[in-house]
Design a protein around this ligand. Structure first.
Ligand code: G3P
Ligand code: MG
Length: 279
């Protein structure tokens, strides 16, 4: 069985502040990285910036403290103010998508997660009821246009993912030449249906959605503990879709997902070499 692709989560959030140029260049320099995953949202002017939480003071994955020394909703904050923010305890900044892509070689792929188009009602789409996540192409289209325009300058492999249907619809309409992935939070059947509807090459379920692994006994995303109702790996593979799972936070999780035969693992730490130390 081939080893799964290693997709560095938020750059490599385990080894540098998430979604920064430092995280991305660290990921790109690591031999085990296939792609890096980043989250994008618009500044007030619409310029795509790379940050996960909806606020500048959102949580840093490394220690649960605020990420930056500034405050404010991303899409209500000027690019100038976002640029002036510093990741706490470092000289790192919240990069624009353009700056981050310029900083990495084209030999590493990038999974751009379309996180939020700049509206409060779509914030953290994954935590909203399905009916509230649907479509909203009116807000997604202008943002996805800006993201695609920026990404067109990057020569490496690109994969656009989202929990939000409107984002995938916009990618398909604006740039069908790029690969797309349906992110799943809590409903595998619905995720697969969205992947079919938008002809997504990949589906990205949470780690405990993979049947037959010890991980189904743990909590992750919207799934409770226990075996999932469908075998997403088998079903997606039968349809020719790639299955990339998020996220492996330690070696046990990485190994279980690799043994199950997933195609890619979104990981906080550089692959097997680093994880081997906490076996
Ligand atoms: O793309 C997988 C993963 O990034 C989704 O979770 O919250 O880290 O964006 P989150
Ligand atoms: Mg993400």
């Amino acid at each position: 069985m081939d080893s799964p692709a290693v997709i560095a989560h938020r750059g490599y959030a385990g080894v540098a502040p998430e979604n920064t140029v430092a995280a991305a260049t660290n990921a790109a320099a690591n031999d085990e990285t296939t792609m890096l995953e980043i989250d994008v949202q618009p500044a007030a002017c619409g310029t795509p910036v790379v940050i996960h939480d909806e606020r500048l003071e959102g949580t840093d994955t490394r220690d649960g403290r605020p990420l930056t020394d500034a405050t404010g909703l991303i899409w209500e904050t000027s690019l100038e103010e976002i640029r002036a923010a510093r990741v706490l305890g470092t000289e790192e900044t919240v990069p624009t998508l353009a700056a981050l892509l310029e900083a990495i070689p084209e030999t590493v792929g990038v999974n751009v997660e379309l996180k939020n188009p700049g509206t409060a009602d779509l914030r953290f789409g994954e935590s909203l009821p399905a009916e509230d996540r649907a479509d909203r192409r009116d807000v997604w289209t202008p943002f996805v246009e800006r993201v695609i325009e920026t990404c067109d300058a990057f020569g490496g492999e690109l994969l656009f993912s989202s929990f939000c249907e409107g984002a995938l619809a916009a990618v398909r309409e604006i740039a069908p030449r790029y690969a797309a992935a349906a992110l799943v939070w809590d409903d595998l059947e619905a995720g697969l249906e969205i992947a079919r509807r938008y002809d997504c090459e990949a589906i990205h379920p949470p780690r405990n959605a993979i049947a037959g692994t010890p991980l189904t006994d743990t909590e992750c995303a919207g799934f409770g503990a226990g075996e999932p109702e469908i075998d997403i790996l088998e079903d997606a593979h039968a349809e020719g879709r790639t299955v990339n799972v998020w996220t492996a936070e330690n070696w046990r999780q990485f190994e279980a997902l690799a043994a199950a035969g997933v195609d890619g693992i979104v990981a906080d730490y550089p692959g097997l070499g680093t994880y081997a130390s906490d076996q």
